[in-house]
Write a new protein. Structure first.
Lengths: 226, 476
């Protein structure tokens, strides 16, 4: 069926005649240019320290490990501390994120660069979040050569570096940020909103982590305190 | 799937007599219902969010043609191919053609209720194309040849023991002595088995919770991450979604996300919400080379014009099922088709017709709990009542109710009623005099299946009462 025919069917069902219906068109154009602002819960309107605290408490509420540091330079040590918790120690992989790659990685810790090979149990991946949403402790990952979505789904352990100054209060704020930073019509191919490790309740109604994606999620929040 | 909605009454009887099902459903009040209540309590503004969500859905449906056009333009700019299907057959044919053109042998599938509507798996398998369900619950059902009994917890009717038995049977290549006593062990096994298949899949098919017109994105909401592996690993990603899934903007999406997971599982957000917009970009190390979006009508334009528009607000959270006393008693399979619970009672007659599905909207206590918890405030009881009225006005219903009509004829004429009752009671009294009771009576199977019907003593209550008033001594 063609686009025209199905749209015609919808119009007939709605009892509207054709495209000369300016009132409806204006309403839609207005919605795109000025999306309505619906009420946001108070916890989605925080700033400063309250926002930072909300981010951390929500991350911990869904079982994500939080490592809180002042300086991006301490990210490698934090990754090391995270990996040390597990035996056998997971192999660390990351994509070519310019900022993370430029850090002073000890030779023993230096992550392997990912080229698309399958990862699984026994692997950890480090990625850099585009933003964090404080209202639910959600990490916003935006796809690109330096940030492949599969690194958030294939390994057993996913470690995310999140700059404190990219934590926003609400989903609306995160989406505004994304739209502002992408050329018109070139929205990122994949935006992954991650709120905890993979889980399922499909067997006996009990929550088990690591259904398909990572069994564990850890976040390193770096940057000076707010 | 093949409907067996017509057999609802006997399905329900079987379900009520199933102790394993009763045990599984007994977990609902302390599980999903309690979790939703807790999630709602954490959001003082929840009622305002529900109103906003309803308004968004109503606005979108009233401008659906324009938002669909907007979505297509953005999706195509982003490099997706959009296909339209008027009905189930067209949708099946489009996906089969895409699969055959690519020589696909194995398809990874994310959870999709529309794919159940159009019976996609059976069609692909009949063409020799392998399909595996990757949502764990759906995978369990595929092994058993069953269909989902809940929108978001498809295998809610299964016990852990049943899963273990199925895994031992179907994963026969694994060590028969392995320990599968815990849910963790079962999940780990499924993870390993399915991961291999993911890596071998040629095509990934997923549903979409939303289609965002502003960006041309398909939004997939999961907890397992299976939707994302289905979308990102294979060379081709096919999104299967219905026309009512479109939302105008990312800002509208934000509001809908705030009520979706809280209503469904009681989580503030599920683990993964992904906005997928077109195939892999230059330089990307992962992602599909092609992205196709199949948008299906399958009866929805009919619903748009036939007074069922409000039902199209539905965002498939399953809250109305969890809170429904009927669903809690009989589970989802008794409803006999894809959708169960209150929303199933409203949608199914639209898909299958009242002749097939009229028992569903009739099986309601009209307690209204479903409307109280619906995140988009669908007037479910009014819509169910509408179906009831429509069915009762039909010639088929009038035929079915002819016995009631005969009774009504006598009930409206007391003198005639008394004569008939006297004759009936006298006849039953005479027939049952020797044994004193009946083990079986025509039209009274509901009574006599569990207990005997005592033979009347030859006179009606009215006769006895009149005699008593006159002072005639009672025989007893």
């Amino acid at each position: 069926m063609s686009t025209e025919r199905i749209i015609e069917r919808v119009r007939a069902a709605l009892g509207v005649s054709n495209r000369t219906d300016n009132v409806r068109q204006r309403a839609v154009a207005e919605r795109f240019s000025h999306p309505p602002s619906y009420p946001r819960p108070a916890f989605a309107r925080l700033d400063g320290n309250a926002r930072n605290t909300r981010m951390i408490s929500c991350l911990e509420a869904h079982g994500t490990q939080v490592i809180d540091i002042d300086n991006v330079g301490a990210v490698p040590q934090s990754v090391e501390a995270c990996l040390r918790q597990y035996t056998p120690r997971p192999h660390l992989t990351m994509a070519d994120d310019p900022q993370l790659s430029s850090l002073a990685w000890p030779v023993s810790l230096k992550p392997e660069l990912w080229h698309g090979e399958p990862l699984g149990d026994g692997h950890a991946a480090l990625t850099h979040a585009y933003a964090g949403v404080a209202e639910t402790g959600t990490l916003v990952l935006s796809s690109g050569p330096e940030s492949p979505p599969l690194l958030a789904f294939l390994p057993e352990l996913h470690i995310v570096a999140l700059s404190r100054d990219t934590i926003v209060s609400s989903f609306e704020d995160a989406f505004t940020l994304l739209s502002a930073h992408t050329a018109p019509g070139r929205f990122p191919r994949a935006i992954n909103l991650v709120s905890g490790a993979s889980r399922t309740g499909d067997i006996g109604g009990r929550i088990v982590k690591g259904a398909h994606g990572p069994r564990r999620l850890a976040v390193i929040i770096y940057g000076p305190p707010t | 799937m093949t409907p067996h909605t017509r057999a609802f009454k006997s399905n329900a009887r079987t379900a009520l007599a199933d102790p394993q099902l009763a045990k599984a459903l007994a977990g609902l009040p302390g599980g999903l219902v309690a979790q939703r209540a807790a999630a709602k309590a954490r959001v003082p503004e929840f009622e305002q969010l529900r109103d906003a969500a309803r308004e968004i859905r109503d606005h979108t449906l009233a401008h659906l043609d324009l938002y669909l056009e907007g979505f297509v333009a953005k999706a195509e700019t982003a490099g997706s191919r959009v296909h339209w299907a008027a009905d189930a057959a067209e949708a099946r044919a489009i996906i089969a053609r895409l699969a055959q053109e690519r020589g696909a042998r194995l398809i990874a599938k994310g959870k999709s209720m529309v794919s159940e509507e159009i019976a996609l798996n059976q069609h692909l398998e009949s063409l020799g194309i392998g399909v595996f369900e990757s949502d764990l619950g759906e995978y369990l059902l595929q092994l058993r040849g069953e269909t989902p009994s809940h929108i978001i917890a498809p295998a809610i009717h299964l016990s852990q023991d049943q899963v273990e038995a199925d895994f031992r049977h179907h994963h026969a290549h694994l060590d028969p002595k392995r320990n599968l006593e815990t849910p963790e062990a079962l999940v780990a096994e499924a993870r390993a088995v399915l991961r291999e298949r993911f890596l071998a899949a040629d095509i990934g098919i997923t549903g979409a919770n939303f289609l965002v017109a502003e960006t041309g994105s398909a939004v997939i909401v999961t907890n397992e991450g299976n939707g994302d592996l289905s979308a990102q690993l294979p060379k081709t990603h096919i999104v299967l979604a219905a026309i009512d899934k479109v939302v105008p903007t990312l800002s509208d999406l934000a509001t809908l996300l705030r009520v979706l997971a809280r209503s469904a599982t009681g989580q503030d957000m599920t683990a993964y919400t992904s906005l997928l917009t077109g195939p892999k970009a230059p330089g990307d190390r992962d992602g599909p080379e092609e992205c196709h979006i199949v948008i299906v009508d399958n009866g929805r334009t009919e619903m748009l014009k036939s007074g069922l528009r409000e039902a199209l607000r539905c965002i498939r959270c399953g809250a109305c099922l969890n809170h429904c006393p009927i669903y809690n008693a009989i589970g989802g399979h008794a409803y006999g088709w894809v959708y169960s619970g209150p929303i199933g009672a409203v949608l199914t007659p639209a898909f299958l017709g009242t002749e097939e599905a009229h028992d569903l909207p009739s099986a309601s206590t009209f307690c209204g709990k479903c409307e109280e918890v619906c995140p988009v405030k669908i007037p479910l009881t009014r819509l169910m009542r509408g179906w009831r009225e429509k069915w009762l006005a039909s010639p088929a219903a009038r035929r079915e109710r002819s016995l009631v009509a005969i009774w009504a004829f006598f009930a409206k004429r007391p003198r005639l009623y008394h004569i008939a009752a006297r004759l009936g009671v006298a006849a039953l009294g005479a027939l049952g005099r020797t044994r004193g009771a009946f083990h079986w009576l025509p039209f009274a199977g509901g009574w006599t299946s569990r207990r005997d019907f005592p033979a009347p003593q030859g006179r009606t209550f009215q006769q006895l009462w009149t005699e008593h008033q006159r002072g005639v001594p009672d025989e007893h």
